[in-house]
Design a protein around this ligand. Sequence first.
Ligand SMILES: Nc1ncnc2c1ncn2[C@@H]1O[C@H](COP(=O)(O)OP(=O)(O)OP(=O)(O)O)[C@@H](O)[C@H]1O
Length: 353
Amino acid sequence: MTPREDETEAARTSPVDPWPTPDERAADATLRPGTLSEFEGQPRVVDQLGLVLEAARHRGHTPDHVLLSGPPGLGKTTLAMIIATEMGAPLRITSGPAIQHAGDLAAILSGLTEGEVLFLDEIHRMSRPAEEMLYLAMEDFRVDVVVGKGPGATAIPIEIPPFTLVGATTRAGLLPGPLRDRFGFTAQLDFYEAADLERIVVRSAARLGIEVDDASAAEIARRSRGTPRIANRLLRRVRDYAQVHNGGAVTLELSRGALELYEVDPLGLDRLDRAVLEAICRKFGGGPVGVSTLAISVGEETETIEEVAEPFLVRLGFIMRTPRGRIATPAGWRHIGLVPPDRSGGAQPDLFA
Ligand SMILES: Nc1ncnc2c1ncn2[C@@H]1O[C@H](COP(=O)(O)OP(=O)(O)OP(=O)(O)O)[C@@H](O)[C@H]1O
């Protein structure tokens, strides 16, 4: 489950949306790396996690609980699967929004087998009573199931076998301290370097039977916003285009044609990113402008602006978040072909040129 699974498909029209479509979830199985050594990028996380798993194997124990945080599509689910594979353990997958009551969690925990890896996606969206039950389970491998109500209520302790919880969150800041503290290993996944994404594109192309040259793989990687899921999706779109126009072989020219058709620009900005940038510059004189005003002016949900467009534009140094609102930087103005205003008091540019 992702933050957007409950939204309509119509809301997901951009090829650089970091959340998966239902089709992609099914296709993920083919493209996921199966072991830590096949996992591209994130070298620090891979090394540290490798050590945690190796040490657990030596001691003959289950590994410490693992918290993975970072934006969608960077490989949290993949890493959870790898942890289970590397430990030779079964994996059970659930998510915070699926656990509305403590009883839901009690049912999952009491059904675990020894050493099982429990992947809890979007752990920050779990209900508070479930969260409290999880504290005890993580620490003492026990849950207290409360039977009855009021003064007559009794807590019946249930032992659960040692397991490893792998929690994933896009919002580590929303996790309560006591929950965060119960993870023995915490990893923050960062956006990928273009070279890592290029290797991911080449590997995925091989798995999908797509012929792709190095220049095309580099072009797709550059436009993928540091996100493997987007790289894989753009690869599929380029493949479709190449099939129609060139009988299947992907060339640089065809890759560029496909990405232009899907409105993904050379830096990976899509229509929404450009609309946000244009609105700040053209409608609000470069800002500052509040995010909700911005959302209305581009006809999008505030959440989408905050979670998708804004982090990417900030990362590229095209906009800044300030206490008074969002401001376009000179690089942002230039990216959409406008002259940045002279903030030193010189003449203002013609914003509507
Ligand atoms: N390091 C990597 N190397 C190769 N492929 C990767 C890597 N990381 C992710 N992928 C690919 O990207 C896709 C998305 O990965 P994954 O589902 O693990 O992301 P996620 O962080 O769990 O996203 P979400 O939280 O939105 O579910 C998968 O198809 C996977 O194959």
